[in-house]
Design a protein around this ligand. Structure first.
Ligand code: MEV
Length: 440
């Protein structure tokens, strides 16, 4: 039967919403309600906090929060929190951290921390008059945003620059105010968007009173005002390096390992099909820390992938080289992160994650996150060019199946050994499990 639209859903209570859902969509409504409610937190205050993060909350969706210890970054030791559902990611991070701990650790530096926002508008008049109008209105763009920027300015941040950009060659009558901001330890989305919306009002109203404009030119039409998640000037670099002969932990001569490793990164540099998977592996590490520290992983994803395609072809975010017997592996990525405001001050686990990292500034967090991405990529490529990734993955796959079968800890240990030299397919695990239970 066709489902009917629902009126006033947002006004229903949480219980009513779940009840409606259960009746409308589930073959066993009672079971669905019970599962939704299993994930409610007994602590009512905590539950209310989560309910109010978004609209129409019905329950909580758990992700594991794991930690990867032993990260030596710029001579300081960190344990990095990671929120992620994919098995092997945290283990790979911990393994890479330990590997580099013995070889000088990770080095990281912030290149720049500028963020961008734009007012997109339409103007159908003389270009030179618009340019003159922009110079005339520019001081007002700064002064009329003073109530918004006051606090940020006191701490050393604020609006860095406002530029008029003529985009008419690409799109008829289209111009921008292209604005640069320093939002210090805040991700800054609200700050930037508030500034931009005020710029738009000032720009539009000022045009109506600008005497040098002809009547039609006074009608500047604002299309939209919004920050950009493309932040190529909010950039961080992280690297590791060691003598080739120190890459001696795999069952492969270090020279061969280094050579294959560099080859693998070079392939991702020139081959988009590989680059996407290569970068996906990097984002396994990056997103997990971004999420654990309460940052916006969609913004980070969008900006990072745009950066990976900045030269016209999608390419690797990391690079590797061997020079004079030294192996070097590096990442360069844009990361607009915050360590104050937003979820960072609301979510108790986010607060713990940040405290675990020593309550970093945003630039420090950029370095930690970049390192997590580099470490993840190191772990993935190391596996890919030596054992292949299935070895590690299959163990987790095996444990997931055994968990579904509610195997005991002894049974799990037995099957990990049993499947060491066999392929653990879903079917083969179930068969072996039932055989064991029958013979028990
Ligand atoms: C899987 O989540 C990530 C990898 O595919 C990354 C890579 O291939 O480099 C292992």
């Amino acid at each position: 039967m066709m489902k009917q639209p629902v009126e006033g859903f947002s006004k229903l209570t949480k219980n009513q919403k779940i009840e409606w859902l259960a009746q409308a969509y589930f073959s066993d409504p009672g079971k669905a309600v019970s599962i939704f409610k299993t994930y409610w937190n007994d602590d009512e205050k905590l539950q209310k906090l989560h309910d109010e993060f978004i609209e129409n909350t019905i329950t909580n969706y758990y992700l594991p929060l794991g930690v990867a210890p032993n990260f030596l970054i710029n001579e300081q030791l960190y344990t990095i929190p990671m929120a992620i559902e994919e098995s092997s990611v945290v283990a790979a991070a911990g393994k890479a951290a330990k590997f580099w701990l013995k070889r000088g650790g990770f080095h990281a530096e912030v290149v720049n921390t500028e963020k961008i926002g734009q007012v997109h508008f339409i103007y159908k008049g003389d270009k030179e008059r618009l340019r003159q109008y922009f110079e005339h209105i520019k001081p007002a763009l700064f002064s009329e945003t003073e109530t918004i920027t006051e606090n940020m300015k006191k701490r050393g941040g604020g609006i860095i620059a406002i530029e008029l950009r003529d985009k008419t060659a690409a799109l008829e009558d289209y111009y921008q105010l292209h604005c640069t901001f320093n939002t210090l330890d805040a991700m800054g989305a609200n700050f930037i968007n508030s500034c931009l919306e005020q710029f738009a009002r000032t720009l539009q109203q000022g045009a109506q009173e600008y005497e040098a404009f002809e009547t039609e030119e006074k009608k500047i039409r604002i299309v939209m005002s919004i920050l950009s998640n493309y932040v190529p000037d909010c950039l961080v670099r992280a690297s590791v390096s060691c003598k080739v002969e120190e890459l001696n932990e795999d069952q492969m001569p270090p020279e061969e390992f280094a050579d294959k490793f560099v080859r693998a990164v070079d392939i991702a540099r020139i081959e988009p099909y590989r680059a996407v998977t290569h970068n996906k592996g990097i984002m396994n590490g990056i997103d997990a820390v971004v999420l654990a520290t309460g940052n916006d992983f969609r913004a980070v994803e969008a900006g990072v992938h745009a950066y990976a395609a900045r030269n016209g072809r999608y390419s690797s975010l990391t690079s590797a080289s061997i020079e004079n017997g030294i192996f070097r592996f590096e990442i360069e990525i844009p990361l607009a992160l915050g360590t104050v405001g937003g979820l960072t001050s609301l979510h108790p686990l986010v607060q713990l994650s940040l405290e675990m990292l020593g309550n970093p500034s945003a630039p420090e967090l950029m370095q930690i996150v970049a390192v997590a991405g580099l470490a993840q990529n190191f772990g993935a490529i190391r596996s890919l060019v030596t054992t292949g990734i299935q070895k590690g993955h299959m163990k987790m796959h095996l444990l997931n199946i055994l968990n579904q079968l509610q195997a005991t800890d002894e049974e799990k240990a037995f099957f990990v050994t049993y499947f060491k030299d066999k392929t653990a397919t879903h079917r083969s695990v179930i068969e072996a499990f039932h055989k064991l239970r029958e013979n028990a």
